[in-house]
Ligand binder design. Structure first.
Ligand code: FEO
Length: 174
């Protein structure tokens, strides 16, 4: 049975992951409206990944006999001042999520819940990649500046991203 502290923190993380999905969905909509279909695709795939993260944590709560607590999901911003501000927000948001995940790892350690610690370590590692990817795209956008030909090239590159659920095996057995 999961301790209350972990049930609470993991339930909040389900909400945080769903908010992330909502936020990237809103950003994807903005990019789509601005004519950057590749950026829109990348952000939409990111949104799908966040949904998968939330569902995976939700399933873990159920597997441990806990009842996930549902709370309101905040409304994301609808307007952004360009692609650079979008990816500055993506990076800032991922850094925030890293703090949330690290906090869960600390709680699991404090509670000597080795299964939860092991579970959350996947997300600890995932956050390294999440931050690195956001930083990489942001750096490219900064380098490109006003060069519309290079921006088009990056848009085409981001159009190739395809969603693959990292937890397919888990989902299949749920
Ligand atoms: Fe679920 Fe982007 O972290």
């Amino acid at each position: 049975m999961l301790k209350n502290s972990l049930t609470k923190a993991l339930s909040e993380q389900v909400n945080a992951e769903f908010y992330s999905a909502y936020l990237y969905f809103a950003m994807s909509t903005y990019a789509h409206r601005a004519g950057f279909k590749g950026f829109a695709n990348w952000l939409y795939v990111q949104s799908q990944e966040e949904m998968a993260h939330g569902v995976h944590i939700y399933q873990y709560l159920l597997d441990r006999g806990a009842t996930p607590a549902f709370t309101d999901i905040a409304v994301p911003p609808a307007e952004f001042d360009g692609l650079q501000p979008v990816f500055e927000k993506v990076l800032a948001h991922e850094r925030h999520v890293t703090e949330l995940i690290d906090n869960i790892a600390s709680i699991a350690q404090r509670e000597s819940d080795h299964a939860s610690y092991n579970f959350i370590m996947w997300f600890v590692n995932e956050q390294v990649e999440e931050e690195a990817t956001a930083e990489e795209i942001l750096s490219k956008i900064r380098l490109i500046g006003d060069n519309s030909a290079l921006l088009y090239t990056l848009d085409t590159e981001l159009a190739a991203r395809v969603f693959t659920n990292p937890f397919t095996a888990t989902a299949a057995t749920a």
